[in-house]
Design a protein. Structure first.
Length: 162
């Protein structure tokens, strides 16, 4: 394994939680998640030589992972999430999700959002600031604020109607 391959492998191992989160957000079936994970890693590998380190590494990984997931869904012409998810579907290494009814309700509400809304709220819940969300999603900082407010209102309405 050459130096760049070792560096890339280390990068993937260090930040695989990001890729897992995206895969679990957009794919329900284990095989679909594996396929998407593999596709994201391939896209990261293709883009790695051009990574100029102008953005944070996690921001760059999120951007590629989300774009790959959304492109994959468009290509397939269907949403692979055919049923509601639970916290059990979030098998993210090194991140433990506790048994909590509020968390289950939140995840179920998030699944009712559009693909773009899911991405924005996931980044927000992952404590990304508006600048990072702007860079990853490709919308203005003002638009991030507006969309987050609308998403929060939408989630509140979904949760309160259940």
């Amino acid at each position: 394994m050459n130096g760049m391959e070792k560096e890339f492998t280390g990068l993937i191992n260090e930040h695989k939680g990001i890729v897992y989160k995206v895969c679990h957000l957009y794919c329900h079936e284990r095989e679909d998640r594996k396929d998407l994970f593999q596709e994201i890693v391939i896209q990261l590998w293709k883009a790695y030589p051009n990574f100029r380190k102008e953005a944070k590494l996690s921001t760059w990984i999120y951007r590629i992972a989300l774009n790959t997931a959304l492109t994959s869904l468009k290509k397939e012409g269907k949403n692979k999430l055919s049923k509601s998810i639970s916290e059990d579907d979030f098998e993210i290494p090194a991140i433990e999700i506790t048994e909590n009814e509020h968390l289950k309700t939140l995840y179920q509400a998030i699944q009712q959002l559009s693909e773009k809304e899911k991405a924005i709220i996931m980044l927000y819940l992952d404590e990304k600031n508006y600048e990072e969300i702007t860079e990853i999603v490709g919308i203005s900082k003002t638009n991030v604020g507006v969309k987050l407010n609308r998403i929060k209102q939408k989630l509140s309405k979904i949760i309160n109607n259940n």
